[in-house]
Design a protein around this ligand. Structure first.
Ligand code: GFB
Length: 313
């Protein structure tokens, strides 16, 4: 990409898309195409076709997706598979038709088999069955990866796929029913503290382990890969270390200064026992994350408090 390249960020208001916009602007890319859901419905094939034909973006970051935490994935599998397949099909096919120079597709670490060896290498994809709670989402994302690879093979396109680990950062979803664990715990501990509650309920046993990447680091990696990676083979993006949900809860409890007890709701699923990515391929290219977990959570908590104050005034 050069600083004048026409770059379309699909999903620019989401956690990942908004971080991509921040990163690209900060690096001086100033020819960004951004469309809200009201302006362009990505599930409308005709609208997407017309958009690509009239705008002709040179580069595409495909960060538009229906995402959610463990219970949302489990409760709404039809929505997760349909919406993601539709958005991907529309964007990938029209990117090919209008000769987009390069497209970056965002997958997820949850597409790997539930019980694969750790840390997870890229070649473990499709080597076993997915985690049942997010099977529909995983299958949709796997389809996106295979779609990119197939267009590269058949049509000679340059569509790359990246697999980020669990993400967190500003503009996350803090809805307790549909969010991921990190924003959910920030909200639960914060509200418990201000309401002088004695307990906070956390789902599962606390034994599941997850790797967390600050979304601004992910955006940095995506821009790096857009400029430096041209393989059909997927590539992991993570930090190379994980923690248990119990440890995560303790860290968030400390940062939010909640003084009460943590109660484990074992009726809720743990999901995949462990999901640590092998990031040696990315490291070998010369990229490493910058934000330490505690520092990242502190930043998110600060933004969360500021936004809450704004809502109250
Ligand atoms: O973040 P989370 O929903 O994502 O859950 P997954 C991670 C772990 O945190 C699970 C536990 O073991 C949860 O049981 N947890 C504890 C909680 N308390 C909470 C809570 O209040 N809210 C939530 N959400 N979890 C998702 C996939 O799986 O990860 C998606 O379903 C996607 O497809 C995403 O890939 C990155 O890592 O389990």
């Amino acid at each position: 990409m050069n600083k004048k390249s026409k770059i379309y960020i699909a999903g620019h208001r989401g956690l990942v898309g908004s971080a991509l916009v921040r990163k690209l602007k900060q690096e001086g890319y100033d020819n960004l195409i951004l469309k809200t859901r009201e302006e362009l419905d990505l599930s409308d094939g005709v609208a997407v076709k017309n958009f690509f034909e009239s705008e002709k973006p040179e580069y595409v970051f495909l960060a538009a997706a229906k995402v959610g935490g463990i219970l949302a994935n489990d409760a709404y599998p039809a929505d997760f598979i349909r919406e993601n397949l539709t958005i991907q099909n529309n964007i990938i096919h029209n990117a090919y038709l209008t000769e987009v120079k390069k497209l970056l597709f965002l997958g997820s670490s949850c597409i790997y088999p539930k019980n694969c060896p750790q840390p997870i290498k890229e070649e473990y994809l499709l080597a076993g069955k997915p985690e049942p709670t997010n099977k529909a989402y995983a299958i949709a994302k796997i389809a996106g990866v295979i779609e990119c690879q197939s267009y590269n093979k058949q049509y000679g396109t340059n569509f790359i796929s990246v697999m980020p680990t669990n993400l967190y950062g500003p503009n996350d979803n803090f809805d307790l029913k549909t969010s991921h664990v990190l924003p959910a715990l920030i909200r639960k501990f914060h509200e418990a503290k201000i309401n002088n509650k004695k307990e906070v309920e956390v789902w599962g046993t606390g034994a599941a382990r997850r790797e967390f990447l600050y979304v601004d680091d992910l955006a940095d990696a995506c821009v790096f890969l857009m400029n430096n990676y041209n393989e059909s083979e997927i590539i992991n993006i993570g930090v190379g270390e994980d923690i248990s949900i119990k440890e995560l809860a303790e860290i968030i409890k400390e940062i939010t200064e909640f003084k009460g007890e943590i109660i484990w709701d074992k009726s809720k699923p743990d999901g995949t026992p462990r999901k640590l990515l092998d990031v040696s391929r990315l490291r070998a290219l010369g990229w490493k994350h910058k934000t330490k977990l505690k520092q990242g959570i502190e930043k998110v908590y600060k933004t969360y408090q500021e936004e809450n104050l704004l809502k109250m005034t």
